[in-house]
Design a protein around this ligand. Sequence first.
Ligand code: PLP
Length: 377
Amino acid sequence: MIYLDNAATSYPKPEAVYQAVDHALRHCGANPGRGGHRMALDASRLLLAARETIASFFAIPDASRVVFTSGATEALNLALFGALNSGDRVVTTSMEHNAVLRPLRALQDRGVEVVKVKADQEGFVSPTDLSEACSQPTKMVVMTHCSNVTGTVQAIADIGPWCRQQEILFVVDAAQSAGVLPIDVEAMGIDLLAVPGHKGLMGPTGTGFLYIREGLELSPLIYGGTGSHYSSPLPPEELPERFESGTLNTPGIAGLAAGVEFLHSLGSDAVLKHERELLEQLVAGLKEIPGVRLYGPSDLSCHGGALSLTLDGRDPAEVGFLLDREHDIMVRVGLHCAPDAHRTIGTFPSGTIRISPGFLTIEKDIVALLAGLKKIA
Ligand code: PLP
């Protein structure tokens, strides 16, 4: 079985991740922050250590600004619903995932103005177009760091500091970049960073976080018990409690921290180097297959882990089915929850075949995929 759907969620996980989940469930099984007994304190300590591990990985100055969520979708919902109000104007791009598009669409119904900047054919959003779109008073720019359809890496290190100068909030969807591309929230001027724990960070599904820059006021998305300030009718002002009502996913977060530690132990560019080598091998092989059409950046130094292609005259869904049934290879086909991105690159409505190797993918997997695609073609 060959798994090439790491853009959806990474698989397999490093062994340490499985062990950390198992250990947390067996030995830190109490409710964190909800009691003074030993096991509750152990669970709280586990969460604190996980927050610190994550904060240091992303150059986040204060670990309490890391708010755990169930994934990037919840983190983005918290960022968008928490910061935007009727009358606000927000600028976004044509490369966004539904995790950005749909909250923004719902916010339009509540009086928020949404402006979309169109990317070029390779999926790049021009910083100049973006700044021009902000010529009227704008509260926020929200965009993906790396497209889940074309793998296009956007120039966030240029856009973020410009937004900071203009006093525009800069929100980054790091679903496809966290753990692979370098992210420094301070240097990149990021105010809100939405991160899944289960993709590049190698953690279990159901994990993720939102980084909230110090001094930024957001309304909570979820209201309920926080294990503190019991008699207050509203959630406390302190972070992370303000945004973490309800019992957290302690075993998942333990696994997420183990994933981040695994990445840390590999060194900063090991994953990127490995994934780029596989991508080069993949692109070179695909160019040899008649009828293959590639999408996304031709310059692989601006390419993240997800690669989209179509086979002339073939429905992507059929190709995905054949790869799975006849070649034991798992890829994702269709629109990948990003319909606007397909409108941008001309693959709407049938979508593309998306290949997304991960850190634990090996060269032999790519060879097998190329052979399978060749046969189908
Ligand atoms: N944003 C992008 C670009 C994604 O690719 C994804 C997931 O595929 C998400 C957001 C949503 O992430 P999650 O599944 O962690 O909610």
